[in-house]
Structure formats: structure tokens, C-alpha cells
Design a protein around this ligand. Structure first.
Ligand code: MSP
Length: 511
């Protein structure tokens, strides 16, 4: 909805050296739920995702495939774009770091930093891990490898440096002044203790390979891939144009969602680069946890890397989205197992929301001539159930603001449980014979609760929610959060109800 307060959120941009898997789909789906939530809540949303295409790692992968880096990037970037479609993701833009708009913006940022005295030419000697695209101190190595387990190589080059050491106190003050900048809390503590440990100047150019953005005025160097990559969040807004357009509207970002492994880049280097260039840091960085698969780390050598297409084929887009956001707190690690997904599909979706909607709508269809029933005076139980449904929006706003998707879903499912108990207590099928007027009131109350649930669950299971809203005959302009206050109109004809969440039935083992 145009005109609302702007809300800008981003996913990490994904390296193209690897095909997309469920870990990538995870952050993107979470951001999509948040983007949809904010749009439904009247905010003017910009939701960015994309691909990170430069660096030694990508250059090596391209060479191994026998194609030039750009052709290689085009191919893999398209696969990430396909994932957004597959997962029903509503990103407003998709940035690629090989695009001219990005290259221009990065070079402008470099020049700005240089003019402000933040960059100097020096000599680098140290360990570099290509897999992490990160430099490590001798003291950080564990058994001759990076702390992440990546192989390191000794690098000695002339490099440009960013004066990171000069930012230690200003960063600590910034974290102090902005307690919500890093979430969850454990990550915040981790970053603060890293910065308190002392910062060294950061090498921000390389000369030993060429697949990158040339340093302005010194094209023997390419820009360090993390300075290049982080800048996507502003180049997509039209940087270096800051006074008008998207930058003026959307910066600073409301949220960068990132994996827990890349928190240092986002919470230390990025705010320092931005402040160094005279720009505001983002408002918040949230670090999500990592998925294992059937208890094991996903890895090519184990052969358990799950492509998002496989999940969608097996369970459907909405079910995967629901599972990812319900199964664990966004900041925690968790396990992706077939049993757990099927359990959620059957218990929460089919038997929970699906069954409630189907039962109520089919009774309305049979017993109220397929029209929204006419409610009579409400009883205390009706008021109580409606009050819980009406209270959901405020609860969900709080949970989404903290990226607590699992708690938002818990709150919705609590009301589904309340509605189930209400159905059992009120027994509308008995009222049909004893008190048909009261039956109409009960079914109306339930239809209203289902309307609330369907509107509020849209961010997480958009396709199923749309079907449910169709079955309530709600026009497109009655589906946002402002429309929660507009009750169903008695007498409206409803289409024939249909199940929205099928039960997952295991295929029999092949004989
Ligand atoms: N290109 C950088 C990010 C640059 S952002 C300016 C990068 N890319 S990545 O493709 O390697 O990782 C992207 C994200 O995927 C990271 O946030 C990482 O945490 C996440 N995940 C990779 N494997 C994952 C799981 N198994 N589970 C959850 N998230 C995972 O880093």
C-alpha cells in the first residue's frame, strides 16, 4: 500500500558458487513473511534479495565448470531467482553485484571513503580463507585452519586498508545507544566482545585475481568482496544518489536478516563503512540459526543438501514456509526432518486450521443455505472468543517486530484451539434442532474468527490463506489488516467450501 511508513528489509545476497538449498530459502522466506506482514499492515515496503557474484571463490568455481565468470554467475543467479518464485516470495528487487548499477555505487562508496581519509595503501601479510572470503590472524587459526574449518592460504600483497581500528569506540557507543541493533541477544554479546578485543585495520582490496570491481584510480586492485557485497543494500536504493529516490525513502534499512555466520561483517564492518562514508547504519541486524538435516550438517560430501524444489515437490510451498517459521525460534539452530515436517502438516495445518475452517464452513453451507449467517445477541462465550481473535493483531505486531515468527504462529494456533473448544461446547449441530437462531450466532462467531485467522496467517501461508478468504467471499480490498475491523456481512453468499490443507499420507514403501 503506497503512502504508509517505509519499511526496508533485506536478505543476505547469496554466493553463486553453490546451488540454492533450504538454508538459503529459510532467510528469504522469513523476510517474505515479514514483508507481507508489513504491507498488509499498511507500510510502504521495499524487500530486497539477490546474489553475491564477485570474489576468488566464484572465479574458482567458474573455472572448474569451464565457463567465464559472468556466464557462470548468470546461470546460478537465475537459480536463486527461481527459488523466490518457487517459495512464493514477494521481493521488490533482486540485485546482482555484477550489475552496472551496483558497480557504479561501490566505486562511488570507495571514493567517498577515500576522500574522507578512511582508506590508505599498505602491505598485507596474513592468512586468507577463500571459502569464507575472510582474513584471519595467526592467533585465530585452529590446527592450521580458519576457526570455521576452512582452508587458509598465506597472502602477501599490496592492499588498500580501511581504518577500522579507529572505529572501535564509536562502534561500541553505537551498540550502546542502539540496544536493538543486533538480535538475538547472544549475538549482540558476541559482537561487543569481539569489538572490545580490539580492531585492526581491514584489507579491502586484492590484486591476485581479477573477478571483482576495479578500485577507482588503481585498476590493478579489485574491491574486497565483502565491501562490494555489503554495499548492495544501498546500491539497490540508487546510491550514490542519497537526496532523492529510494535511498531518501528507505535508508536506513529497518532490518538486515543474515545467518549467524556472517554477523561480524554486518555488525562491525558494515556500520563502520557506512559511518565512515557519512551514512547512517541500519536499524537492526537479526542473525538466524542454521538448519541441520536429519541431525546432520548439510554438506555436499554427505550428499544431504536439500534443494528447495525438492521440498516444494514433496510438501507444497505453504507447508514448507509454515514449517520453517513454526518449528524453531528464528535465532536458533534446528533440525529439518521428514517426520517433523509431516507432523506439523498433519497436526497444525490439516487437523488444526484446515479442519476448523472445513467444519465451520460446511455447516454454514448445509445449514445456512450457503450464506453468512445472521447473528443474534451475543453470549459471554461468543464475546470471549471474538475478543481473543481481535487481540491477535496487536500480539502479532509485537512478535513480527522482534522476528519471533514462531511465537506469532503459536498465538494464532492458540485461538484455533480456543475455537475448537468453543465448537465442542456450543455444539452447533445440536442447536440446529433445538435453537436454530442460536446456531446461526455460533456459526457467525466462528466464521468471524476464521476470517481473522485467514487474514492474519497470509504472511506465512499466502496461497492457502487466499483460498480461505475466497471461501469467505472477501473481496481483495477486505483482506488487509485495516479490514480486520470490518465484520462479515450476514446474507453474503459463500462459495462451496473446499479443504485447504490436505493431510500428508506416506506413500507405501516400494515392494
Ligand atoms: N554472500 C554472503 C552474504 C553477503 S551479504 C552482504 C554469504 N552467502 S552464502 O550464500 O554463503 O550464505 C547466505 C546465507 O545462507 C547466510 O546467511 C548463511 O547463514 C545462510 N545459510 C547457509 N547454510 C545454512 C543452513 N544450513 N541453515 C540456515 N542458513 C544457512 O554468506
Amino acid at each position: 500500500m503506497a503512502g504508509g511508513k517505509p519499511y526496508y528489509l533485506t536478505t543476505p545476497i547469496y554466493y553463486v558458487n553453490d546451488a540454492p538449498h533450504l538454508g538459503h530459502a529459510y532467510t528469504t522466506v522469513a523476510c517474505d513473511a515479514l514483508a507481507r506482514f508489513m504491507r498488509l499492515d499498511g507500510r510502504q515496503v521495499k524487500f530486497l534479495t539477490g546474489t553475491d557474484e564477485h570474489g576468488q571463490k566464484v572465479e574458482k568455481s567458474a573455472r572448474a565448470t569451464g565457463v567465464d565468470p559472468q556466464t557462470f554467475c548468470d546461470r546460478v543467479s537465475a537459480q536463486f531467482r527461481d527459488v523466490t518464485r518457487l517459495m512464493n516470495v514477494t521481493n521488490d528487487d533482486f540485485i546482482r553485484t555484477s550489475e552496472p548499477r551496483h558497480v557504479r555505487g561501490v566505486q562511488a562508496l570507495w571514493q567517498e571513503l577515500q576522500q574522507r581519509g578512511e582508506i590508505y595503501l599498505g602491505r598485507f601479510a596474513g592468512w586468507y580463507a577463500v571459502r569464507d572470503e575472510a582474513f584471519y590472524d595467526e592467533g585465530e587459526l585452529v590446527g592450521g585452519r580458519a576457526p570455521t574449518g576452512a582452508e587458509v592460504e598465506w597472502v602477501e600483497e599490496e592492499n588498500y586498508f580501511f581504518r577500522l581500528s579507529a572505529w572501535q569506540d564509536r562502534l561500541l557507543k553505537f551498540y550502546d545507544d542502539n540496544p536493538d541493533f543486533i538480535a538475538p541477544r547472544a549475538r549482540r554479546n558476541e559482537v561487543i566482545s569481539f569489538v572490545k578485543g580490539g580492531l585492526r585495520d581491514l584489507s579491502i582490496s586484492r590484486t591476485s585475481f581479477t573477478w571483482g570491481i576495479p578500485v577507482p584510480g588503481d585498476p590493478r586492485h579489485v574491491v574486497y568482496v565483502w565491501l562490494d557485497a555489503l554495499a548492495n543494500y544501498i546500491t539497490a536504493l540508487g546510491y550514490p544518489e542519497t537526496k532523492s529516490g529510494d535511498f531518501a525513502t528507505f535508508w536506513p534499512a529497518d532490518l538486515h536478516a543474515v545467518g549467524k555466520d556472517i554477523i561480524r561483517f554486518h555488525c562491525v564492518y558494515w556500520p563502520a563503512f557506512l559511518m565512515g562514508a557519512g551514512l547512517e547504519p541500519p536499524k537492526r541486524v537479526f542473525a538466524n540459526g542454521w538448519w541441520t538435516v536429519e541431525g546432520q550438517k548439510m554438506s555436499k560430501s554427505v550428499g544431504n543438501v536439500i534443494p528447495p524444489s525438492q521440498l516444494v515437490e514433496q510438501y507444497g510451498t505453504d507447508a514448507v514456509r509454515y514449517f520453517m517459521l513454526r518449528e524453531l525460534p528464528f535465532g536458533s539452530d534446528g533440525d529439518f526432518s521428514h517426520r517433523a515436517v509431516v507432523g506439523r502438516i498433519n497436526a497444525d495445518l490439516a487437523n488444526g486450521l484446515g479442519n476448523l475452517a472445513q467444519r465451520v464452513l460446511s455447516q454454514i453451507n448445509r445449514n445456512c443455505a450457503g450464506k453468512v449467517p445472521q447473528p443474534g445477541p451475543p453470549a459471554a462465550a461468543d464475546e470471549a472468543l471474538l475478543a481473543t481473535a481481535r487481540g491477535l493483531l496487536a500480539t502479532l505486531r509485537g512478535e513480527f517486530a522482534e522476528q519471533a515468527f514462531h511465537r506469532a504462529l503459536e498465538a494464532l494456533w492458540q485461538v484455533i484451539g480456543d475455537a475448537d473448544r468453543y465448537v465442542a461446547e456450543q455444539a452447533p449441530w445440536t442447536l440446529k434442532k433445538t435453537d436454530p437462531k442460536r446456531m446461526e450466532t455460533v456459526l457467525y462467531v466462528l466464521a468471524e474468527v476464521i476470517r481473522h485467522l485467514a487474514i492474519l496467517v497470509q504472511p506465512v501461508v499466502p496461497a492457502a490463506a487466499a483460498k480461505l478468504l475466497d471461501q469467505l467471499a472477501l473481496p481483495a480490498d477486505r483482506r488487509d489488516f485495516a479490514a480486520l475491523a470490518k465484520p462479515l456481512v450476514p446474507g453474503t453468499t459463500l462459495p462451496k467450501p473446499e479443504g485447504i490443507f490436505p493431510r500428508f499420507v506416506e506413500a507405501p514403501e516400494p515392494a
